[in-house]
Design a protein around this ligand. Structure first.
Ligand code: B3K
Ligand code: ZN
Length: 881
């Protein structure tokens, strides 16, 4: 593994490389433990570079078998090859020359899943960000664009399928049961987009004709026996291709587009040019093995990787500091796609929940960094919620500020200007400025400044003058190495709502820029005065979640409950109810800490029933509205002195109260939502299942017996209902005979289906029982568990550490100790997965003192080994700093 060297990379140190590699020809002789890679690199000295400039190529754990310069073997003193670097001190003096390198790889023992490795007998690659240098020596940086030709040779029996980027050129049989395939990708691309797959896989094929009439062959390759489970992914792919043409005018550009599903993969998927490689979790789905959430994720990730073809591949990043240029933008594009395919408001609420759950804690803790970071020690640790999700919010705000038309023009300009280039955030912003004539210099701080901005809002109403005033004050909290912050441009969408729920149109507005229901906050303090407002309005804020900020405002809970019922903006309606839930739970938490029983307002309980029963609202919206903030959400809002046990008690007591007081409505609704319809993965049907399963959980919170959940488990005809019922049994009736039986049945039925068994691991990892740590530890010895497989590790240990607040944060520190041991064990094989896992401790400073001390011990234990990987060293040191 790549050991930490302590080196820090800084954006200001960027400079173009001395040499370019316009053409790259790779030839692979595949073999599990001894693969040979021959790389023929056409090297070109850039203009203005001294003829004696050394050529330095990156490597990572490489061994050089041979080297030729212009076909001749150089003198041993002419070059130096280490596992990390190949240096040619005095390259040929001519402008161009050819370097031929042979390296040998051992894919079978590559457990880091970076570079070339074997997953379940399938050869596959992962190169982003710096995995290509584990295959051959190269100038492995995203601005090194090269045209690739790839020849793959393997044993035909073991690997009948041979795939790489671009278009297939030729293939054929060879002696000794071997065969070969030749691929050529005409589009210059960075090395991180290189991919190769070889193995024995089943193919689901289809085709797509682009708007300009080009026929594209589509292929999804999966394990034998699973082809039918790829149908939904194929459908999502075709919808994505069409959507990108219709919405952004972007067409696919090669003759083939292939997707391969592999079972060992460090993240979700990878956008390699013409050959996307996917974690099989995000390809395979049918009603009996996947939940509605799985279907939605597949649709989103298939779209995301496909959309990268333009935003990421055709226009790539100049350097890794610009990662959000492709990621934030592509997340924005996949969000829009899902919003168009499903329900826009429901999708937006889901995005807000994700952002708050993952990005806000990052921004508020020791790992905070700007959307475009200025320095890194290990780039793998910057594939974060900030770069992706906040990066997407920033693009959304550009559209809010410019309006849809100028935004679309700006995108067009960005693409036409930079197609075929490696670009920067400055290039991106300039395209929008030029297209719209607007100055985005203050707005650009969203890319450069870390931390979640806060707006403090106070209001006053003068009935006599018919005037409503809103005072806004902005602040950005300090973050690591950024103690002083500059003032941001925050587009805050709002509405003044009258007693019937209608938006009031003021006769006059002054004091700040207000356009189309948006206040553009640019100064520290801003005041807005609305005239023609005789009655005190309810104030609906940050409609549509127009800016990724926090709000400090005293709002009466009856105003919020009114907005929850009446606001014209559905996101704001959800937010209003959620705010009342959160505030009530924080009060409940304080009561529990003070040894008092928590109390909850009747208005809230009534509003919950009313919203549940309002069939003018989509079921999916009602499901989200009814879902209480998660324990981690409540902890984040409390902010310090966190005691997860008290949060758990408060939340359970609110759930119990809502369930007891609303049993009749909830059980009637629960029964009525079971209409026996055939399974359909569409948003409306999924929404009905979501609502029914939220109600099941509530009803179980006041039931003494698990009858209803057990019945649902037994009669369920799809995985969504089955897994939801199993979770209710395991979480609310642990140890009950029917729970034990259901867990055993599920385990037996899916023992041979790892992706489904992951749900069984997850459900048990999240059960909030006193013995959770011991249970999870025991499950690590289950035959279906493997510490080498990232999906298994995430399902069991990842879920435990992020979603089982009482178990992970057990007061005696047992959860942390188990966690530290696991992280170190995983790190030996896969540093990237270990480092990601370790971020679960990033909010340790918000815990109450006893847990804080125990969490620190665990972090110190993780930091102790002298030879940690750069991945884990970077996370643990920043977390402790
Ligand atoms: N670009 C890849 C992520 C690569 C992560 C490397 N640690 C997938 C995506 O965002 O589309
Ligand atoms: Zn991406």
């Amino acid at each position: 593994m790549r050991k930490d060297t302590g080196q820090i990379f800084r954006i200001e140190d960027y400079r173009a490389s001395d040499y370019a590699i316009p053409r790259t020809a790779l030839s692979f002789q595949l073999s599990a433990e001894a693969t040979t890679v021959t790389a023929e690199l056409d090297i070109e000295r850039r203009d203005g570079v001294a003829a004696d400039a050394p050529l330095v190529l990156d490597g990572d754990e490489l061994s050089l078998a041979s080297i030729l310069i212009d076909g001749e073997e150089p003198d041993a003193s002419a070059y130096e090859a280490t596992p990390q670097r190949l240096t040619i001190a005095r390259p040929p003096r001519g402008k161009t020359f050819r370097l031929t390198l042979v390296t040998r790889l051992d894919p079978a023992h590559n457990s880091s899943l970076m570079g070339l490795y074997l997953s379940n007998g399938v050869y596959c690659t992962q190169c982003e960000p710096e995995g290509f240098r584990r295959i051959t020596y190269f100038i492995d940086r995203p601005d090194m664009l090269s045209v690739y030709t790839v020849r793959i040779e393997a044993e035909k029996g073991a690997a009948p399928i041979l795939l790489s980027n671009g278009n297939p050129v030729e293939s054929g049989d060879l002696e000794g049961g071997r065969h070969y395939a030749l691929w050529h990708d005409p589009f210059p691309k960075p090395s991180y987009l290189f991919a190769l797959v070889a193995g024995d896989l089943a193919l689901l094929s289809d085709e797509f004709t682009t708007a300009s009439g080009r026929k594209v062959d589509l292929g999804i390759y999966v394990e034998h026996g699973k082809r039918d489970r790829a149908a939904y992914a194929m459908d999502a792919l075709k919808r994505s291709m069409k959507w990108d043409e219709e919405v952004f005018g972007l067409e696919y550009d090669l003759d083939v587009f292939n997707i391969v599903a592999v079972s060992d993969f460090n993240m979700g998927a990878m956008e390699n040019k013409g050959l996307n490689v996917f974690n099989d979790k995000y390809v395979l789905a049918d009603e009996s093995t996947a939940t509605d959430a799985d279907f939605a994720n597949i649709e989103a990730i298939i779209a995301h990787e496909y959309f990268h073809n333009w935003t990421g591949n055709r226009i790539t990043c100049r350097d890794w500091f610009q990662l959000c240029l492709k990621e934030g933008l592509t997340v924005f594009r996949d969000h829009e796609f899902s919003a168009d395919q499903r329900s826009r408001a429901v999708k937006r609420i889901a995005e807000v929940r994700t952002l708050r759950a993952h990005q806000f804690p990052e921004d508020q803790g020791p790992l905070a960094h700007p959307v475009r970071p200025r320095r890194y020690r290990e780039i793998n640790n910057f594939y974060t919620a900030t770069v992706y999700e906040k990066g997407s919010e920033v693009v959304r705000m550009i559209r809010t500020i410019l309006g849809a038309d100028d935004f679309r023009k700006g995108m067009g300009l960005y693409i036409s200007r930079h197609d075929g280039e490696a670009a920067t955030i400055e290039d991106f912003l300039k395209a929008f400025e030029d297209a719209s004539g607007q100055d985005l210099s203050q707005f650009a701080l969203w890319y450069h400044q870390a931390g979640t901005p806060n707006l403090t809002i106070t209001t006053a109403h003068d009935a006599e003058a018919g005037e409503f005033r809103m005072e806004i004050e902005q602040s950005v909290p300090p973050t690591p190495s950024e103690s002083r912050k500059r003032l941001m441009h925050i587009p805050l969408a709002f509405g003044l709502v009258d007693e019937d729920g209608n938006d009031i149109v003021p006769t006059e507005i002054d004091g700040a820029t207000v356009e189309n229901g948006i206040v553009h906050v640019r100064k520290r303090k801003q005041s807005v005065r609305f005239r023609g407002i005789p009655k005190r309005p309810a104030l609906s804020l940050n409609r549509g979640f127009s800016a990724p900020i926090t709000l400090s405002i005293e709002q009466r809970s009856d105003d919020l409950l009114f907005l929850a019922r009446k606001d014209s903006d559905l996101v704001a309606r959800w937010q209003a109810l959620n705010t009342v839930f959160t505030e009530s739970l924080i009060q409940g938490f304080r009561a529990v800490r003070g040894q008092k029983p928590p109390q909850f307002g009747e208005g809230l309980i009534r509003a919950t029933a009313e919203i549940a029963d309002d069939d003018s609202l989509e079921a999916a919206f009602r499901a989200l509205a009814l879902t209480l903030p998660a324990e981690a959400d409540i902890a984040r809002e409390i902010g310090s002195q966190i005691d997860p046990d008290a949060i758990h008690v408060a939340r359970e007591s609110l759930a119990g109260k809502i369930a007891t007081d609303n049993t009749d409505v909830f059980s009637r609704l629960y029964d009525s939502l079971d209409n026996g319809e055939a399974f359909n993965p569409d948003a409306a049907s999924a929404g009905r299942r979501a609502l029914r399963n939220v109600l099941l959980d509530y009803l179980a919170a006041s039931d003494d017996e698990p009858g209803r959940a057990a019945r649902q488990f037994e009669t369920a005809t799809n995985m969504t209902d089955k897994a939801a019922a199993l979770a209710v049994l395991a979480h609310r009736f642990p140890g009950h005979d029917r729970t034990v039986a259901a867990l055993a049945e599920f385990e037996g039925q899916y023992a041979a289906d790892p992706l489904v068994l992951d749900k069984w691991f997850q459900i048990q990892a999240t059960a909030p029982t006193a013995d959770a740590v011991e249970r999870v530890e025991t499950l690590t010895r289950h035959p279906g568990f493997s510490i080498r497989n990232p999906n298994r590790v995430r399902a069991l240990i990842g879920t435990f550490s992020t979603m089982n607040q009482t178990g992970f944060h057990r007061a005696d520190g047992a959860g942390y100790r188990f966690f530290a041991r696991s992280v170190l064990e995983i790190e030996k094989r896969n540093p990237q997965v270990a480092a990601r896992l370790a971020t679960a401790l990033r909010s340790w400073r918000s815990l109450e003192p006893t847990r804080q001390a125990a969490a620190r011990e665990a972090l110190l234990e993780i930091a102790a080994p002298a030879d940690l990987s750069s991945d884990l060293r970077d996370i643990v040191e920043r977390t402790l700093a």
